[in-house]
Ligand binder design. Structure first.
Ligand SMILES: [Zn+2]
Length: 453
């Protein structure tokens, strides 16, 4: 809008052919003035900030009812709802508010880049608000439609034969007899961290991830996290970002924890994973640019695709190539009091197993679409994702609670990897990779932008 008005002014007033009558000239300037005042009052930062406040208020209102919706909020208390919670979920009025706000944001289309970026980002987040409101009210759509609206993408589909043939290719690499999955489990069982060593091993892995991250990013002074161990959760780890550069990282100890999880969960939740992502957003967008919308992080939204994808990709940025296995062998296994025999083969198989993990998306897609039942989901998870029985059961409870969220981990990681590496941030160019990755963690990138790469 600004650009149009300025272009119009540049054409006429200073031009020698400008020969309107005094009255016409007056009307011309009056109309320019009105256009300018209208545009500057409607498309300035203050106006967009007001819509951002509405966005936060609306998200927090949904969170009054849907306890899983708000993942983090560290913005002003004044935006928290003071209204008394209704006795029933106000689905229709919330949907109407989402729709109204989406319409208001539309007026920022075509404005300057940073306004448009913010408005577009909020609009896409609001699509997810609508879908989540409907899900919370028991209104479901097919898996792909749900993931598109909640997380902005549809994950690729693979037939069972794809996982079957991939699994068979890996079969010859494992010693012993029995199924591929059972032989993998026999190998993995050598690397279970004893309960009493879990804290030391996790703290050491996280400290290493932090040291490596700090070598590339100047993290905010005073940043810190609290590490806690919890039980009875459907997830294996969780980062609760509290604002002011502080997180609570929780590790679930319900199940046996294998050695690779110390780096994988530790780094994913902390450095350069969720803790760093949230801190960089708080520092660069909320504090430096006063973008209040970023202080509210709705779990079921496109932002989670970026969060989970980057937290997973960050592990390979921090421990590239064989550095994970080397660190496990030289530091973590001795700390855990475990023998290192077979660790190289184990890590090789873990890498291969990573290629199979899209099978969990298929299991979730089948279960949510009603195409398969729980026993079949368990079979998929054990046969193709090589999970043991207790991990598979836990994974089913995760799928039931978080639904299509599962795609954020693997498909999100794939999209983030493509985005960074197609711009030159490959393993062979680590400085460039850290730089591009840091930029991704500091801006309002949408899944659509990742997919353009
Ligand atoms: Zn995560």
């Amino acid at each position: 809008m600004h650009k149009l008005v300025c272009g119009y002014l540049n054409i006429f007033p200073l031009n020698s052919h400008f020969n309107f009558s005094p009255m016409k000239r007056f009307l011309f300037f009056l109309s320019c003035f009105l256009i300018l005042s209208c545009s500057s009052s409607k498309h300035n930062k203050e106006e967009l900030d007001k819509l951002a406040e509405k966005y936060v208020r609306l998200g927090l209102s949904i969170g009054q009812y849907d306890a899983d919706f708000v993942d983090a909020y560290y913005g002003p208390d004044s935006l928290k709802s003071t209204a008394v919670k209704a006795t029933s979920f106000p689905k229709d009025s919330l949907l109407q508010s989402v729709n109204d706000l989406q319409n208001e944001l539309k007026s920022f289309t075509g404005t300057n880049d940073s306004f448009q970026q913010r408005a577009n980002w909020m609009s896409q987040q609001l699509v997810a608000f609508s879908r989540r409101i409907k899900i919370f009210s028991g209104e479901y759509r097919p898996f792909d439609e749900e993931s598109k609206e909640l997380f902005g993408v549809v994950a690729p589909s693979h037939a069972e034969s794809y996982f079957d043939s991939l699994s068979k290719q890996l079969d010859g690499l494992l010693p012993g007899s029995g199924t591929t999955a059972s032989r993998f489990q026999q190998l993995a069982n050598h690397f279970i961290i004893p309960k009493e060593k879990i804290d030391t091993v996790f703290k050491t892995a996280i400290a290493e991830a932090r040291k490596r991250t700090l070598a590339h990013y100047p993290l905010p002074a005073g940043e810190n996290f609290t590490l806690e161990y919890v039980t009875n959760k459907s997830w294996s780890g969780y980062n609760w970002y509290k604002g002011n550069f502080h997180s609570i990282v929780q590790i679930n100890t319900d199940l046996q924890i294998f050695i690779e999880r110390a780096i994988d969960i530790g780094s994913h939740e902390s450095y350069p994973g969720h803790h760093v992502y949230n801190m960089l957003l708080e520092k660069n967008l909320y504090r430096d640019k006063e973008q209040v919308e970023i202080s509210f992080y709705p779990l079921f939204s496109p932002q989670s695709l970026i969060a989970e994808g980057s937290a997973n990709y960050g592990i390979e940025v921090t421990f590239p190539g064989d550095e994970k296995v080397r660190f496990a062998k030289e530091v973590l296994l001795p700390l855990a009091g475990l023998d290192t025999t077979g660790i190289s083969l184990y890590y090789k198989m873990l890498y291969m197993k990573g290629q199979l993990n899209f099978a969990r998306n298929e299991a979730a897609r089948g279960l949510l679409n009603g195409a398969i039942q729980e026993p079949e989901v368990l079979r998929w998870l054990m046969q193709y994702c090589w999970m043991n029985e207790e991990t598979a059961a836990k994974s089913v409870s995760f799928i039931k609670k978080y639904r299509s969220y599962v795609i954020n981990y693997n498909y999100g990681q794939q999209l983030v990897r493509n985005y960074i590496e197609s711009a030159g941030g490959t393993e062979n160019a680590p400085a460039k990779r850290w730089e591009l990755f840091g930029k991704l963690l500091s801006t309002q990138v949408t899944p659509q932008e990742l997919q353009k790469k």
